[in-house]
Design a protein around this ligand. Structure first.
Ligand SMILES: [Zn+2]
Length: 216
């Protein structure tokens, strides 16, 4: 799927939820079916590691492989259906002013920091720990076993014709956003990536803004 840039007509003043999430912070929020969520890359080039769960059955969760197969593309953009481990559509991407989001790069972790960068990077903040901390605060008994391959909104992981993969400087910019409509009750789990060792955040992690509207 090529990039499909599409703006939204939704008015932030009419949002029922509006919150800024600092970089390095984990975050959970429940959406009702029909609600629309927007993630805004406030300062540009910020990776937003995200997982989705069926809020009524937490064993059903976002599936990167089923999503890639269903849409026959490695990149997510307007029109992409985010598919669950049960093969059902969880959310639809209804607007996107960035044009490309990754779902194969995974989340950074203490282990990947150590392997990719240096032994002494092991204890730096990372998305996997932010996910786990946010899940423990959410309080429904979720843990490591609930983490699956995630989405990296605004992150640029181009795939070469030979199948090569690399983390590149971002294609996003200040104020760009992606917007999704929930097709079922959804638990959103976000780690606003704290990574300082690769260009996914332009070496400068920054805040994001989350807005939610009731469906019309
Ligand atoms: Zn990260």
């Amino acid at each position: 799927m090529t990039s499909v840039l599409k703006e939204s007509h939704l008015d932030p003043k009419k949002a029922i939820f509006d919150e800024v999430v600092p970089s390095g912070r984990g975050f959970t929020h429940e959406l009702s079916a029909g609600q629309i969520v927007r993630i805004v890359d406030l300062e540009g080039n910020q990776a937003v590691d995200t997982l989705f769960y069926n809020a009524c059955d937490l064993d059903e969760r976002y599936s990167a492989s089923d999503t890639v197969r269903a849409q026959r593309s490695l990149y997510l953009t307007t029109g992409t259906k985010l598919v669950s481990s049960e093969g059902r559509t969880m959310l639809d991407i209804v607007a996107d002013t960035c044009g490309r989001h990754d779902t194969i790069g995974g989340a950074c972790s203490a282990e990947s920091n150590q392997v990719r960068y240096a032994l002494d990077k092991k204890f730096m903040h990372n998305c996997r720990d932010s996910f786990l901390l946010a899940l423990s605060r959410y309080g429904r008994g979720m843990s490591k076993r609930d983490l699956a391959s995630n989405i990296n909104f605004f992150m640029n992981v181009p795939v070469t014709p030979e199948g090569g993969l690399s983390f590149e400087d971002g294609v996003s910019g200040p104020g760009r956003y992606v917007e999704m409509r929930a097709e079922m009750d959804i638990l959103v789990l976000i780690s606003n990536c704290p990574q300082l060792n690769n260009p996914c955040n332009a070496y400068n992690p920054t805040p994001i803004r989350l807005l939610v509207w009731n469906g019309t």
